[in-house]
Design a binder for this molecule. Structure first.
Ligand code: ZN
Length: 150
């Protein structure tokens, strides 16, 4: 268990240091700026859609290691997914990190996203981990305005 935790931590640190899809995407179909005033995280998520799928997704901004690595892993996981799949993954991800720390993790459904399962032991970090996801979901809803976790 301790080894798993160390491995997960390593993945998070790697994505924080070398974030994937970390650039603006213009033109795009929708972009939403997400703010987490509690921690000072602020990111913009850009989405390009094609035939009901996320053909490309990227982000810019700055924040703590959890928020930045979460945005990075999210863009990696969601590229090529359908809108329905993206929403379903957000629901699963949200359930995982707001669950009781002892609850089992649905590893099959969550795949790489499970590296953030440790966040549920730090409730104050939940908003950091979900910020980019909220922005993504708002973008898929057709919004182009900013969202805030507060
Ligand atoms: Zn944060």
């Amino acid at each position: 268990m301790a080894d798993t935790r160390a491995l997960y931590e390593q993945v998070i640190l790697d994505h924080n240091k070398n974030p994937r899809n970390f650039h603006a995407l213009e033109p795009c179909d929708c972009k939403v700026e997400g703010l987490n005033p509690l921690c000072g995280d602020h990111f913009t998520v850009y989405v390009r859609l094609e035939g009901g799928r996320i053909s490309d997704i990227a982000f810019t901004g700055a924040g703590c290691a959890i928020s930045k690595s979460s945005a990075s892993v999210m863009t990696n996981v969601l590229k090529g997914k359908t809108i329905a799949e993206a929403r379903m993954l957000f629901t699963k991800f949200h359930q995982m990190i707001t669950a009781n720390p002892d609850a089992p993790v649905d590893e099959a459904a969550l795949g790489k996203l499970r590296v953030f399962s440790g966040v549920r032991e730090f409730p104050v970090r939940i908003k950091c981990a979900t910020l980019a996801w909220h922005a993504m979901a708002s973008a898929l809803d057709g919004h182009n305005n900013a969202i805030s976790t507060e």
